[in-house]
Design a protein around this ligand. Structure first.
Ligand SMILES: Cc1ncc(COP(=O)(O)O)c(C=O)c1O
Length: 362
């Protein structure tokens, strides 16, 4: 395979090469149907199998039982920012949110349009360079739910453990770290993720809901906004993004072949260590703004001594086949996104490039 770069884009992002090869091999004639998955009916037995296998693999990899429902919907994770309060925020109740940056702020804004939000904690004052520790998170014990963002893609912070929210349902936006490490998924009442980082191409959002959440859904919602519709119809209420879900299924199989979540986690630890260790060994040159206990394993944010050097870094990296290293426009600097499909070799290449860059421009 020629011309493949090391792609550090924050999403849509790199996909495993083996998965791309399978897609290519099956593209014109999916399992003797004489059609690609893009062309077959979402009501066909072939698609039904893809859908069922994807659901079963999610449950298996996450250790979830029959009390959880897995659904796939369109609209991106941002749509869930509105659908969550539409479904679960009731009059007389508050929805509790932890504000850890751009994405949680967007989720909060949507909930504020629909009801009352209780800010359970925020790291805004510190410039979002950490995630509030569990003891800092405060909310009424009759809140409709507590919403967190597990990994903050833009600022490069991440929760490594989650609060025990007792009887308050814990809802988590896991868009940028889903299936990247071994988490007890049974602690969540609901979690969701746009596919385009760890799960596949853009176009589908994975939602996992605990059974008891279905009883909490507000009545009288438009059918398509009501989570029960998608649970009952097994994500086939209307035409799903079927090709994307097919790729998600291939990614889940790939995760399984890697050895499951523990193996993926081990590899992700090696990848992030290759870069954070270098940063920590050269703090006068590579400045990592994020507090150490909140560092993201998925998105490493760093600054160089000047913006000119940062621009030089990004363009020189590109000539060496390391692309997508520019920080988000709202924070600047460098961001190294290390989603599951990024290889250890890719992470080590960046570390080597960083070291050489410092030597040449120190
Ligand atoms: C943590 C997080 N939540 C939500 C979103 C929004 O996802 P979408 O573009 O699928 O709406 C993103 C996008 O990068 C994200 O990183």
């Amino acid at each position: 395979m020629t011309n493949r770069v090391h792609n550090f884009n924050p999403g849509p992002s790199t996909l495993p090469l083996d998965v791309l090869k399978t897609i290519r091999a099956e593209l014109l004639d999916y399992r003797n149907t004489g059609m690609s998955v893009m062309e077959i009916s979402h009501r066909s037995p072939e698609y039904d199998e893809i859908n069922n296998q994807a659901i079963a693999l999610i449950k298996k990899l996450m250790g979830l039982g029959d009390d959880y429902h897995v659904i796939f919907v369109g609209g991106g994770a941002s749509t869930q920012f509105a659908h969550i309060p539409i479904n679960f925020l009731k009059e007389g109740k508050v929805a509790a949110y932890v504000d850890t940056g751009t994405w949680s702020a967007k989720a909060i804004k949507e909930a504020q349009n629909l009801g009352i939000v209780h800010l359970a904690a925020s790291s805004k004052d510190g410039g979002y360079i950490y995630v509030p520790v569990l003891e800092e998170i405060d909310y009424p014990n009759d809140a409709a739910y507590l919403h967190l963002t597990s990994n903050n893609t833009i600022k490069g912070t991440q929760y490594h453990e989650f609060p025990d929210s007792g009887s308050v349902p814990l809802i988590c936006d896991m868009s940028s770290d889903i299936l990247s490490h071994d988490v007890d998924f049974n602690q969540f009442a609901m979690f969701y993720a746009g596919a385009q980082k760890n799960l596949g191409p853009s176009g589908v959002t994975l939602i996992v809901l605990r059974d008891d959440m279905l009883e909490r859904i507000n009545d009288g919602l438009p059918t398509i906004f009501d989570y029960r519709t998608h649970v009952e119809k097994k994500s086939l209420f209307n035409t799903p993004p079927s090709f994307t879900i097919y790729v998600v299924k291939l990614i889940l199989e790939w995760i399984q072949e890697q050895g499951g979540l523990k193996a993926v986690e081990d590899n992700n630890i090696k990848k992030k260590d290759a870069i954070y260790n270098l940063i920590d060994a050269n703090p006068e040159y590579f400045r990592a703004p994020v507090r150490k206990d909140s560092r993201s394993w998925m998105n490493i944010v760093l600054r160089l001594p000047s913006e000119d050097l940062e621009q030089k870094f990004i363009s020189e990296a590109k000539t060496e086949g390391l692309i997508g290293l520019k920080g988000h426009r709202s924070v600047g600097g460098i961001r190294v996104s290390l989603y599951n499909a990024m290889t250890l070799e890719g992470a080590e290449k960046v570390a080597e490039f960083m070291e050489n860059f410092k030597r040449r421009n120190g």
